[in-house]
Design a protein around this ligand. Sequence first.
Ligand code: ADP
Ligand code: MG
Length: 352
Amino acid sequence: FDMFVLAFVERLFRPTFRKDDFVLGKKLGEGSFGVVYKASLSKKRGSEEGEYVLKKATEYGAVEIWMNERVRRACGNSCADFVYGFLEKSSKKGPEYWLLWKYEGESTLAGLMQSKEFPYNVETIILGKVQDLPKGLERENKIIQTIMRQLLFALDGLHSTGIVHRDVKPQNIIFSEGTRAFKIIDLGAAADLRVGINYIPKEFLLDPRYAAPEQYIMSTQTPSAPSAPVAAALSPVLWQMNLPDRFDIYSIGLIFLQMVFPNLRSDSSLIQFNRQLKRCDYDLNAWRKLVEPRASADLRKGFELLDLDGGIGWELLTSMVRYKARQRISAKAALAHPYFDRQGLLALSVMQ
Ligand code: ADP
Ligand code: MG
């Protein structure tokens, strides 16, 4: 009860917004459940400034607002800064929810990974300057390690709050120019197990490129939306039994893979990789045996990077991308993995 009072009071003192307050800019995205625009405040709002991102969503926007409010209070640094969410109108098509975030910057991990400069382009935006150092495996490994640490940190925040994202992919990872770190965005498919909000519309398809092999994140025995008090009592148990967070870990593992292997960054090559891995019964070691004998230069370079420091990177990757959810490492345990024992990028910049 207290939590609701607090949330209400807190919300009362935050600025509110209406449709007319915004001037819409460039369209940033469009899915089946909403359209996303860059937006600024209209002159009426006087001195208020800043750039925003506005999502106009269908009825599922209500859940997305709820998730964003919860994340903002519980683990604000994990996700883009949520500002406000409201029901704008109900048309013939149904209700329309508007969600508002601070504009975090123009770079998604997807965009950055498409560049030939990756991962050096990420080093530049994290450090805020170009490093005048020779390129090489060690340096690339350091950058990728730093990105992985940031992603796992954000994900651990969500998971510790009881939220599973379910749509982790490079398109839903944004580089925040404010904090100089990656944040996770798009809670449109997220589930909150602690209070029983676990709603995915049946039209919603989990992105097959990054989805773990298990189709149902909670076993089908689990009631999909138990009443709140029942769920609050049960969900820690359900969480332990089903380990739904490991669904996101699989997706992060595939992102790790794509960062390491340049030739797996395109959609088509990732889809082909998924097919190969399935044929290997989701055993990465078997996949390696299959492809390594006739590996391209890109593949060989990836294996070399993962084999640094006694193969610690390969060990981490194989502990994330596994068929059985319960055999996958958690975000918290991954952060303590020896792969992260080495200093990352930020430590480097402090030293200089
Ligand atoms: P959807 O995938 O449902 O269309 P997203 O929430 O993923 O909606 O947003 C779509 C795109 O908008 C993102 O991929 C990203 O490029 C951009 N975007 C979303 N939120 C922000 C933000 N806070 N700051 C900057 N860009 C954002
Ligand atoms: Mg998205």
